[in-house]
Design a protein around this ligand. Structure first.
Ligand SMILES: *Cc1c(COP(=O)(O)O)cnc(C)c1O
Length: 400
């Protein structure tokens, strides 16, 4: 018996445990604290009423012999895949039903997709980055390269012709930076991948937060993407499904790569992978998800997104007022800003905690290029966000 020793190459993910540790220590020393948490990486508003109604109805169907559902199709029921198809159709992206695979979330899909790839591929991920892309590849022993996100490129790195990678990950709107690629930016990555016959893995988990109509929300809005890209989507942030669980993956039928000179369809490999290792998302959840993707359901979900956006605007305004350079917000639930006075992100974490009792996330936790940056999220209440910004404004005026 030999264990997968690649797991030993993973860096311990101490970001959230270290934050919890520092918070506990602070709360013990200051039992009457008034902490406000703007580090929350989870939604806080409840499911939309139409979604809850669909979940209830499906649960009661499961309780009757005539309407009981056992195993469903591994790729998801047609009613859900059709609802996803129409959601894309609405924005001018045509998908075939067999290109859509419903799942229990984007995290599992982004991890599971690596089953299809040889160990010998070189991976390119932006830095800072959502840690899942890196760790799932390190687990398989793949080489990982980084494309530097910097204030100069707006944390939206573009391809470098001197770097060759077989698989490229892009997340837009980005977690943690909130930065959103323009169509031109994404076109550069699509062109790079088509030219080098590389695969582009596009994480669209935050697409619903894009309010600027000129910005792309799907990689398939970009010409050529069907030849090189896979897209991951999720209802987690769009519809508050972080605890309900539903996502999807789009694998275009044109996407092929050669094996021994023969072009092999990635769609058929993913279908084979899913039908072998996955038994589908719960019928009840799929009913709730289909309700979220309906026009009326999505209109309800948008209200929550708009609520979060008001928080993002409040945070952005405070930073603007004090001349702090920031990225994200507006089209994203994340605001990523430069720590004032050139502070390191953990140092600034302690300043925020001790001076104003506001909790955020140190950028260092997302990569080398995050070490002087700080992430705040828009997932708290209006009242808490406004109070936190009042305190931050006080701190920033005092420092300047
Ligand atoms: C939250 C998030 C997801 C969603 O994951 P689920 O498994 O669908 O909850 C995907 N990608 C990124 C970058 C995220 O932050």
């Amino acid at each position: 018996m030999k264990l997968n020793a690649n797991y030993l190459n993973l860096k311990p993910s101490y970001l959230f445990s270290e934050i919890a540790h520092r918070l506990n220590a602070y709360c013990e020393a200051h039992p009457d604290n008034q902490l406000i948490r703007l580090g929350i990486g989870d939604v806080t508003l409840p499911l939309a009423p139409l979604v809850v109604e669909a979940l209830r109805e499906a649960a009661s169907e499961q309780g009757k012999k005539e309407s009981f559902h056992g195993y469903g199709p591994e790729q998801g029921y047609d009613f859900l895949r059709d609802a996803i198809r129409l959601y894309y159709e609405d924005r001018g992206v045509s998908l075939a039903m067999n290109e859509i695979f419903a799942s229990d979330g984007a995290k599992s899909d982004t991890g599971n997709i690596t089953d299809l790839f040889d160990k010998d591929n070189t991976i390119l991920v932006p830095d800072p980055v959502y840690p899942v892309y890196v760790d799932t590849n390190l687990m398989d022993g793949r080489r990982v390269l980084y494309a530097a996100g910097t204030p100069e490129n707006g944390f939206l790195p573009l391809p470098d012709e001197n770097v060759t990678a077989d698989i490229v990950y892009i997340c837009s709107p980005n977690n943690p930076t909130g930065a959103v690629y323009t169509s031109e930016g994404l076109k550069a990555w699509v062109d790079y991948c088509v030219k080098h016959r590389s695969l582009l893995l596009f994480d669209a988990a935050y697409e619903a937060f894009v309010s600027d109509e000129s910005l792309p929300r799907s990689i398939f809005e970009i010409e050529g993407a069907r030849k090189c890209a896979i897209e991951f989507g999720s209802l987690s942030k769009t519809a508050g499904f972080t605890g309900t669980r539903c996502g999807y993956t789009i694998v275009p039928s044109e996407l092929t790569f050669p094996v021994n000179g023969e072009e092999i369809s990635v769609n058929s490999l993913w279908l084979r992978r899913q039908t072998t290792k996955f038994n589908g998302t719960s019928y009840i959840v799929q009913k709730g998800a289909a309700a979220a993707f309906s026009k009326e359901g999505m209109a309800e979900c948008r209200k929550n997104i708009d609520y979060y956006r008001e928080n993002a605007n409040c945070i952005a305004d405070t930073l603007k007022d004090h001349g702090i350079r920031f990225f994200g917000g507006i089209n994203s639930p994340y605001i990523w800003f430069e720590c004032p006075g050139g502070a390191e992100s953990w140092e600034f974490f302690d300043i925020m905690l001790n001076r104003i009792e506001v909790v955020g996330t140190p950028g260092a936790g997302f990569g080398e290029n995050g070490k002087n940056y700080f992430r705040l999220t828009s997932f708290n209440t209006h009242e808490n966000t406004q109070e936190a910004m009042r305190r931050l404004a006080g701190l920033l005026s005092e420092r300047s």
